[in-house]
Design a protein around this ligand. Structure first.
Ligand SMILES: NC(=O)c1ccc[n+]([C@@H]2O[C@H](COP(=O)([O-])OP(=O)(O)OC[C@H]3O[C@@H](n4cnc5c(N)ncnc54)[C@H](OP(=O)(O)O)[C@@H]3O)[C@@H](O)[C@H]2O)c1
Length: 338
């Protein structure tokens, strides 16, 4: 990106991730010369408040990208597949929050604390990983650097905001219905989510793994550059509005005491370790860091550790990671790309 102050667009600005991105941009100092906000035609005519100004919502269409340097895509894989290549053809750099390009070997999949090197080749499209992947790799990368990862077993507890605003509304409505003595009927999910949980996030494949589990496994291998990493996952949807948690068990190449693991995690970028307490979804809300607690030596194996990892899925799991990618491109990346 050549300009020092950039013209930025947000596609999907009315959604949960788009809304959080606006808050992150208000709080951080990405050098904006202009901000434009896009959604579907249903949203045109409405405005979005940003730094005391009303920004008119525009329909996302191929023509809009010619006047932008950078576009954050927060509108789903179909929209990214249709519009991101057209945006790039108009000279715009795209940071995409969807799964559209995450498996494309020509598109970097980036978490700036973990693999910033993938952002150095002047990429035009950059994929931001799945929310549960981001918090996992931020937490386990320092352990990998210090002692080598041999195997990872992860079970997640994921909030409904990870699905988008319809799921947030559904949890609210179902909760009200049940508390009023009625029944919760399922809509977005295969089962009612209020006062419930289920080990299914997206559809199952022939091998019994859900699409979320496959994303978590494949994206973790890709980001850590460990294509043969032994890793398995069970992903669970829980009736929480914001904040994903994960119980993580790792086997390392060499043993690490609890004290050494805590020290290593404390030194890891973007991590806050809680030693006397443990992180909860409420504790993480609105925070950009990944929280780690309950660090334990696993007594069932010689070189194992257990951790509890939590983060705000809309912040570090989505909006903050995307903005950090843009900050990197405008800082170190700009020097290299001119
Ligand atoms: N939620 C998370 O924790 C999370 C984390 C990582 C990645 N992601 C990914 O981020 C993306 C957005 O998720 P979300 O949770 O923010 O969804 P959401 O709350 O359902 O919002 C969807 C947004 O996309 C817009 N949109 C839909 N179709 C569009 C189209 N054809 N053209 C332009 N805009 C369109 C909607 O605009 P209207 O208001 O006009 O309908 C709305 O702004 C998804 O790909 C999701 O997988 C989400």
């Amino acid at each position: 990106m050549a300009a020092r102050r950039v013209r930025v667009g947000i596609v999907g600005a009315t959604g949960l991730v788009g809304g959080e991105l606006l808050r992150v941009l208000e709080q951080r100092s990405l050098p904006l010369s202009e901000l434009r906000v896009f959604a579907t035609g249903r949203s045109t005519g409405n405005v979005i408040r940003f730094r005391g100004e009303d920004l008119p919502l525009e329909e996302a269409a191929p023509g809009v990208f010619a006047d932008l340097d950078l576009a954050f895509f927060c509108a789903g894989a179909d929209v990214a597949q249709a519009l991101a290549p057209l945006a790039v053809a108009k000279g715009c750099v795209v940071v995409d929050k969807s799964s559209a390009f995450r498996r494309d070997p020509g598109v970097p999949l980036a978490v700036p604390e973990v693999n910033p090197q993938v952002l150095r080749g002047c990429p035009r499209i950059i994929a931001s990983p799945n929310c549960s992947t981001i918090q996992l790799v931020v937490a386990i990368a320092p352990l990998h650097r210090a002692a080598g990862l041999r195997r990872v077993v992860v079970s997640t507890y994921q909030s409904v905001s990870g699905t988008g605003r319809e799921a947030v509304n559904e949890l609210k409505e179902q909760t009200r219905a049940v508390l009023a003595g009625g029944q919760a009927s399922a809509g977005v999910y295969p089962h009612p989510i209020a006062f419930n949980l289920f080990p299914q996030i997206e559809e199952f494949g022939a091998d019994g793994y859900s699409r979320e589990e496959v994303k978590l496994i494949e994206e973790t291998r890709r980001i850590l550059e460990l294509p043969d990493l032994r890793i398995t996952a069970t992903t669970v949807r829980v009736p929480v509005f914001v904040g994903h948690c994960a119980a993580v068990n790792v086997e390392l190449e060499r043993s690490m005491s609890r004290a050494e693991a805590v020290q290593c995690l404390r030194a890891g970028p973007g991590i806050i370790v809680l030693e006397q307490d443990y992180p909860t979804p409420l504790l993480c809300q609105g925070r950009d860091e990944v929280f780690v607690g309950r660090v334990r030596e696993d007594p069932s194996q010689d070189r194992g550790l257990d951790l509890w990892v939590a983060a705000d899925n809309l912040r570090k799991g989505a909006a903050t990671n995307a903005v950090q990618i843009a900050e990197f491109l405008l800082g170190e990346g700009q020097a290299a790309c001119g």
